[in-house]
Design a protein around this ligand. Sequence first.
Ligand code: ZN
Length: 141
Amino acid sequence: MSVIPEVPPADEATEAWWAATRQRRLVLQTCTGCGSHQHPPRALCTGCGRTDTLHHREVSGDGTVDACTVVERAMPGFDPPYVVARVRLAEGVVLLSNVLAADPYAVRVGDPLTLDWRALDDGRALPVFTPVPDPALEETP
Ligand code: ZN
């Protein structure tokens, strides 16, 4: 894939999240008050509204396809066809991301995914996902 032209800079709410991506660590905002996880990072908890109980916790990045579509139109930084997906992480949080699949048209809702990273020019990275191979579908040589 080519370079993504514009990714928003970090702000006060997203700074810790972006910093973690520099180390290829996926973190979620977690509330010690009510136990909620949320993404993207915000100034207050969407579960209980508190602002002093949020911290970032590293997660595995394991998830499943919640919804997906194949984009066939060229966009700067994206070579068609490519998969745009809502990815539901094991913690229940949903991320909008890409699924990097050999066959974009074979990606289905419910498919298990594993975390990967797409590097940005400034050292940050975007979380992307790859399908977990299904052993039952592996071809025998
Ligand atoms: Zn909360």
